[in-house]
Design a protein around this ligand. Structure first.
Ligand code: BGC
Length: 758
C-alpha cells in the first residue's frame, strides 16, 4: 500500500483508534479496525523456530504452542559462519510464517555475548559484532524474502538476564558503537528488518523504550530504519515518553490504560498528534505489507523443514579436539554414554522454546547398528552422581573400542529470565567423563550447551565435539559428524576461556543493584584475550576438520588507499586432504600503530568455501573504511588514523597464516583545539605550531640557563630525560617553572595557535 493511501486511512481514524493501534490487541496481535479494513496482524517468537500460540499467550514459553520445527539456536547457527545457510533457514521460517498467518517472527536475537554466564547466550550469536550482524542479516534476508517481517532484538545492550527489566547498562560511547550497536548496525542497514524490538533495560540511565537517541537518532536517522519499533513484552513504563522517543508499538498490551494516556497527552497538547500519526503509519505500513503479500499456497511441511534443520545442524557442530579418534568406523564396538544420547538437549528455555514436532536423538540416528551399546551415565534432574548409572557406563566403556559421552548443560542451567551462576558443567557429568576416560583411552565427548563451559577433563579425552543447542534434528547431525558422513566445518563464534575468572567482564558482570558498568569497554571476547596474550581453552574462530586446508597467494589490489576508497583482498585456499570439506576463511585487520587504544586485531570479514580434495578456490573480500576504523568520540564518527595496517588471514583468531601490510590515508583531520593544557609533545606534531612555541623552552623546563638551580638540575637530569619531560609539559608549564612568562603570554600563544589554518 502506498504511503499516501496509509496516510488517508490514518486520517480517517479517531484519536482513540490510533492510540489503540499502538499497543497489542492481545498477547500476539495488533489491533484491527474493521470499519477501515485494517486487519489484526499476528507476531510470534522466534528466533529459531515458530512458537505460535493459538490458545492463551505467554512470553516465557510456558503454555502450549503449535507443533513446529526447532532449528539450531543462534549459538550454533553462528558457528556455521555460513550466510547462505542462514538465508535458507530464514526462507523456511518465512514460509512457515506465511503458512501459519504470522506477519513477523520475533528474531533474530543479536545481543553480544559479553559473559559466558548470560542465560540467553544460547539464543545469541557471538562475542563479535560483525559475526552477530552478518548472521542476523542473512536470516533476515531469508525470512523477508517470503514477505514476512523480522524483529531484530533486543535493542540495545541487553547482555544479562539478571534484573533485565530494570538494569542500567552503563557503556561508554566508543564501546557502544564498536561493539553493542555494531551487532545491529550492519543487519539493519543492509537488510532493513521490518521491525526492531527494543529491550527492557536502560542504556546509560534511559530505558531502551524511551531512548530517543537510539530509537530515533541512531536507528532511523543514521541507519535508515523505516519499519516499526515494538517493545519487548512489558518493556514500556512511560507510554507517552516512549512514543515520543520512537517506540511505536507496545506489546503485549496495557489493557487500554496506556491508550488513555496517549489520548490524554494529545488532548492536553503534551504530545503532538503528528507523533501518534507517524507511529500508526509505520505500524500500518507493515501490517499491509504482509497482508498484501500473503502466500495462500504456503504449506508448513514439518518433515521437510526437519531435514533442513538437520542440514543446518551439521554445519553448526564444532570439532574441538581430535587425536586420531574421529571419524569413527561404523564397524567398531562403540558405547554411547549419557542421557543426552537418548534425550538430546537441543534448545533453551523461555520465549524461544519450540514445541518440536519430532526429535531425533543420536540413539535414534544409529538405530539398527548392533555394534552400538548405550548407558545412561547420569540423570540431569539433579547434580548428584548416580553410582549405579556411573558403574554401568564405566562397564560399557571398558567393553567397547570407543566411548562417546553425550554431556552438557541441563535445561535448568540455561534459560531466559536468569543467568548462569558459574561456568561449570554439573559435577556428576565431569566425574562421569573422568571415570570413563580412565578406563577407555578412546573417549570422545559431545557437548550440548549454549555457551562455554569449563572442561577440567580436556586433556583426558581424545575427542571433543561442541554440538551447541543443535535443534530437534541434532542427533542425526552429530552422528553424521561422528561417522564422517559430514565433514565438520563450524568454528567457534566465541572464545572458550580456561575459567570464568578469565572473562573480561568477570569483575563487573551483573553489576551492583541495577547499575551494570561495562568496564572492560571494547575489550570483549578475543579482543581482550589477545591484548592480554592470555591462554584460552579454545580461541574465537577455532574449529577442526577431517581434511586440511592450505592458504596461499594473499593479494591486495592496492597497497595504499584513501579512506574513501575500497580495497580488494584475495587469497587462495586449497583442500590438501582426502575428504571434501568447507573452510571458514577469516580476515582480521590490525592497526600497526595508533594513538588510541585498540584491540590487537579485529575480524573484518569471513567467507565459507566448499572444496573437493585437491581443489583450490580464490576467496575475495572488499574492505572499506570501516575495516580500518575505530569510533572517534571527538567527531562522534568512525575514523581511520593514517598509517600501516596488517591484513591477516587466519584459520582462527590464534592461527594467522598470511599477513600483508597496507597503508590507509585518512581524508579527515580530527579537530584539534589548543589550550593552555596542551602538551609540548602535541604541539610538536604541527611544525608550524612548534615554531611559534619552541621559544618558550629555550631555557629548558627548569627555567633560565643562567640560573644556578638549573645548572644543578642539568647535572641530575640528562638531555634525554629533559626532552622526555618536556614532551608532557603543558604550555602553561613554563609559567611555574621560571620560564619568565606569564599566563597572559601563554594565552596569547594559544590564541595564535588556534588561528593557524588547517
Ligand atoms: C522476550 C522476547 C520475546 C517476547 C515474546 C520476552 O520475554 O524477551 O525475546 O520475543 O518475550 O515472547
Amino acid at each position: 500500500m502506498t504511503a499516501d493511501k496509509i496516510k488517508e486511512i490514518v486520517a480517517q481514524m479517531t484519536l482513540e483508534e490510533k492510540a489503540a493501534m499502538c499497543s497489542g490487541a492481545d498477547f500476539w496481535h495488533t489491533e484491527a479496525v474493521e470499519r477501515l479494513g485494517i486487519p489484526a496482524s499476528m507476531v510470534s517468537d522466534g528466533p529459531h523456530g515458530l512458537r505460535k500460540q493459538d490458545q492463551e499467550g505467554d512470553h516465557l514459553g510456558v503454555n502450549e504452542s503449535i507443533k513446529a520445527v526447532c532449528f539450531p539456536a543462534g549459538c550454533g547457527t553462528a558457528a556455521s559462519f555460513n550466510r547462505e545457510l542462514l538465508n535458507k533457514m530464514g526462507e523456511a521460517l518465512g514460509n512457515e510464517c506465511q503458512a501459519e498467518g504470522v506477519s513477523v517472527i520475533l528474531g533474530p536475537a543479536v545481543n553480544i555475548k559479553r559473559s559466558p554466564l548470560c542465560g540467553r547466550n544460547f539464543e545469541y550469536y557471538s562475542e563479535d559484532p560483525l559475526v552477530a550482524s552478518e548472521m542476523a542479516g542473512a536470516l533476515i534476508h531469508g525470512v523477508q524474502s517470503k514477505n514476512v517481517g523480522t524483529s531484530i532484538k533486543h535493542f540495545l545492550a541487553n547482555n544479562q538476564e539478571t534484573r533485565r527489566m530494570s538494569s542500567d547498562s552503563r557503556i561508554d560511547e566508543r564501546t557502544l558503537h564498536e561493539i553493542y550497536l555494531a551487532a545491529f548496525e550492519g543487519a539493519v542497514k543492509k537488510e532493513k528488518p521490518w521491525t526492531v524490538m527494543c529491550s527492557y533495560n536502560r542504556i546509560n540511565g534511559i530505558y531502551a523504550a524511551e531512548n530517543h537517541k537510539y530509537l530515533t537518532e541512531t536507528l532511523r536517522d543514521q541507519w535508515g530504519f523505516d519499519g516499526y519499533v515494538m517493545s519487548d513484552w512489558g518493556a514500556v513504563n512511560n507510554r507517552v515518553e516512549d512514543l515520543k522517543a520512537g517506540l511505536d508499538l507496545e506489546m503485549p498490551s496495557s489493557e487500554g490504560a496506556n491508550d488513555k494516556l496517549i489520548v490524554g497527552a494529545v488532548e492536553s497538547g503534551e504530545m503532538s498528534e503528528e507523533v501518534l500519526d507517524t507511529a500508526v503509519e509505520r505500524i500500518l505500513n507493515i501490517v499491509f505489507r504482509y497482508e498484501e503479500n500473503r502466500d495462500k499456497s504456503a504449506v508448513f511441511d514439518k518433515d521437510k523443514d526437519h531435514e533442513l534443520a538437520r542440514k543446518v545442524a551439521e554445519e553448526t557442530i564444532v570439532l574441538l579436539k581430535n587425536e586420531g579418534v574421529l571419524p569413527l568406523s561404523d564397524q567398531d564396538e562403540i558405547a554411547f554414554i549419557g542421557k543426552y544420547a537418548m534425550k538430546p538437549r537441543y534448545q533453551g528455555g523461555g520465549s524461544s522454546h519450540i514445541n518440536s514436532h519430532k526429535i531425533t536423538s543420536a540413539l535414534d540416528a544409529v538405530k539398527g547398528m548392533s555394534n552400538i551399546t548405550f548407558a545412561m551415565g547420569f540423570d540431569d534432574k539433579e547434580d548428584k552422581t548416580d553410582e549405579k548409572l556411573l558403574a554401568e557406563a564405566v562397564e560399557a566403556a571398558k567393553k567397547a573400542k570407543v566411548a562417546v559421552i553425550f554431556a552438557g548443560l541441563p535445561d535448568a542451567f540455561e534459560s531466559e529470565g536468569f543467568d548462569r551462576q558459574h561456568m561449570s558443567m554439573p559435577n556428576c557429568q565431569n566425574e562421569l567423563i573422568e571415570k570413563v576416560a580412565a578406563v577407555q583411552p578412546n573417549t570422545i565427548v559431545v557437548l550440548h550447551n549454549g555457551s562455554p563451559v569449563e572442561m577440567p577433563w580436556v586433556n583426558q579425552v581424545k575427542g571433543i565435539i561442541e554440538a551447541y543447542l543443535g535443534g530437534q534434528a541434532v542427533g542425526g547431525a552429530v552422528c553424521d559428524i561422528l561417522f564422517g558422513k559430514v565433514n565438520p566445518s563450524a568454528k567457534l563464534p566465541e572464545t572458550f576461556p580456561l575459567k570464568l575468572e578469565d572473562n573480561p567482564s568477570y569483575l563487573s558482570y551483573i553489576g551492583e543493584g541495577d547499575v551494570v558498568e561495562y568496564r572492560e569497554g571494547i575489550f570483549v571476547g578475543y579482543r581482550y584475550y589477545d591484548k592480554k596474550k592470555m591462554d584460552v581453552l579454545f580461541p574465537f574462530g577455532y574449529g577442526l576438520s577431517y581434511t586440511t586446508f592450505a592458504y596461499d597467494n594473499l593479494k591486495v589490489d592496492k597497497e595504499c588507499m584513501k579512506d574513501t576508497d575500497t580495497m580488494t583482498v584475495s587469497v587462495d585456499v586449497t583442500n590438501t586432504g582426502k575428504m571434501a570439506g568447507k573452510e571458514v576463511v577469516q580476515l582480521y585487520v590490525a592497526d600497526k600503530e595508533s594513538t588510541v587504544i585498540r584491540p590487537v586485531k579485529e575480524l573484518r570479514d569471513f567467507a565459507k568455501v566448499e572444496l573437493a580434495p585437491g581443489e583450490t578456490k580464490t576467496v575475495t573480500f572488499t574492505l572499506d573504511k570501516r575495516a580500518f576504523a575505530y569510533y572517534s568520540v571527538k567527531i562522534h564518527d568512525w575514523h581511520v588514523e593514517t598509517g600501516e595496517f596488517d591484513i591477516m588471514i587466519g584459520r582462527s583468531s590464534r592461527d594467522i597464516v598470511l599477513t600483508k601490510t597496507v597503508t590507509v590515508e585518512s581524508t579527515v583531520k580530527l579537530p584539534f583545539v589548543y589550550t593552555t593544557d596542551t602538551t609540548m609533545g602535541d604541539v610538536k606534531k604541527d611544525p608550524r605550531a612548534w615554531e611559534i612555541v619552541k621559544g618558550l623552552l629555550k631555557h629548558g623546563m627548569f627555567g633560565d640557563a643562567d640560573n644556578s638551580e638549573s645548572e644543578a638540575a642539568s647535572e641530575a637530569i640528562s638531555d634525554e630525560m629533559n626532552a622526555a619531560m618536556e614532551e608532557y609539559l603543558p604550555l602553561r608549564g613554563p609559567v611555574s617553572f621560571g620560564g619568565k612568562i606569564t599566563m597572559a603570554d601563554v594565552q596569547a600563544l594559544v590564541d595564535q595557535l588556534n588561528g593557524l589554518d588547517d
